[in-house]
Design a protein around this ligand. Structure first.
Ligand SMILES: Cc1cc2nc3c(=O)[nH]c(=O)nc-3n(C[C@H](O)[C@H](O)[C@H](O)COP(=O)(O)OP(=O)(O)OC[C@H]3O[C@@H](n4cnc5c(N)ncnc54)[C@H](O)[C@@H]3O)c2cc1C
Length: 300
């Protein structure tokens, strides 16, 4: 039976950085990826030092090319659907439906996905509506922008943040009320807030032009920021019986170890919340060092 040192599930920033560290540590690994990285909808990635403005596809291609230089790394463009631990030998079995693989350790790096307050946002997401001002605020600077957030605390938080990039800001809560305190805070900064439900977004090829409210009001906006709900698109951590905290984060020791021996996690899937390419890559690299050290200790 061929037993891998590690199987990395997810070839985004976290998984690929982990694979690179493991390949360089001479580990025999497989990295799976099903091309559902959440930034695939956007044109450019920003803020990754030396790669500012790169397209997500080029970022992936460069990463893959670097991994291919290490003969102990196998790359599989496939979706993992099941993982389980064999209680007798403590090895893990990973299944894609068609094929099964056995490994001593597992790294979960499958990222997260978004759900939006309005389905129509999808058409604009990554082109003129974004969720991370640090990623795309610079490109949207000084434009007439919208903040679309249904939760009052998030709306307040995002308005404060985005105001740094554009003072021409309008808040939309899609039917949710705002407290007097928040309203006063927005008023003080000349930020208009609409709590009426949004009926439709108008624009062309993903570039926002107007937001239409259910009462017929049309508000001209050229883009903006939204607060999606983030979620994991699989239950692999549940299948492995990892422990979760009350916020839904997978419990770790801060260096990628989960509560299950041999199972590690890196990137956005850990907290089921957004971060960045650089932070996810750093997570992956750190988790890989934990995996390598644990394997090295076992065999010493
Ligand atoms: C519109 C948009 C713009 C962004 N812009 C920026 C930016 O400018 N700068 C920046 O730093 N960040 C940006 N981000 C955020 C960035 O994309 C994430 O922080 C980063 O991708 C997180 O890395 P990750 O490895 O945790 O997850 P991901 O990059 O999402 O990678 C997870 C990988 O796991 C794979 N996967 C999932 N499930 C399975 C499975 N069952 N089997 C096999 N493979 C699986 C997916 O195919 C995916 O490739 C942006 C995000 C979005 C949505």
């Amino acid at each position: 039976m061929n037993v891998y040192d590690c199987i990395v599930i997810g070839g985004g920033a976290a998984g690929s950085a982990a694979a690179l560290t493991l390949g360089r540590a001479r580990r025999n690994i497989v990295i799976f990826d099903d091309a559902t990285n959440r930034n695939r909808v956007t044109q450019e990635s920003h803020g990754y030092l030396t790669r500012d403005g790169i397209t997500p596809s080029e970022f992936r291609e460069i990463g893959l090319k670097e991994l291919q230089a290490y003969p102990s790394i196998t790359i599989c463009n496939d979706k993992v659907i099941e993982v389980k631990q064999d209680n007798q030998n403590h090895l893990f079995e990973v299944s894609t439906g068609q094929h099964r693989y056995t490994t001593e350790t597992l790294l979960l790096a499958t990222g997260i996905q978004e759900e939006f307050p309005l389905e129509a946002i999808k058409e604009y997401y990554g082109k003129s509506l974004f969720s991370c001002p640090y990623c795309d605020g610079w490109e949207m600077r000084d434009l007439p922008l919208a903040v679309i957030a249904e939760d009052q605390a998030f709306a307040h938080h995002l308005a404060k943040l985005v105001f740094n990039w554009s003072k021409d800001l309008v808040v939309f809560t899609n039917g949710f009320e705002l407290s007097e305190d928040v309203r006063n805070d927005l008023d003080r900064n000349h930020i208009q807030a609409y709590t009426t439900k949004i009926k439709r977004l108008h624009g062309k090829v993903g570039i926002l032009e107007h937001i239409e409210l259910e009462d017929g009001t049309m508000v001209a906006r050229q883009g903006g920021f939204v607060i999606p709900k983030f979620y994991r698109s699989n239950d692999l951590a549940q299948q492995l019986r990892c422990t979760f905290d009350e916020s839904g984060a997978i419990v770790t020791d801060g260096t990628g170890h989960t509560s299950v021996e041999g199972v590690y996690v890196a990137g956005e899937t850990e907290k089921s919340g957004p971060s960045s390419l650089l932070l996810a890559a750093a997570d992956g690299s750190r988790a890989a060092a934990s995996i390598n050290f644990d394997l090295s200790s076992k065999r010493f």
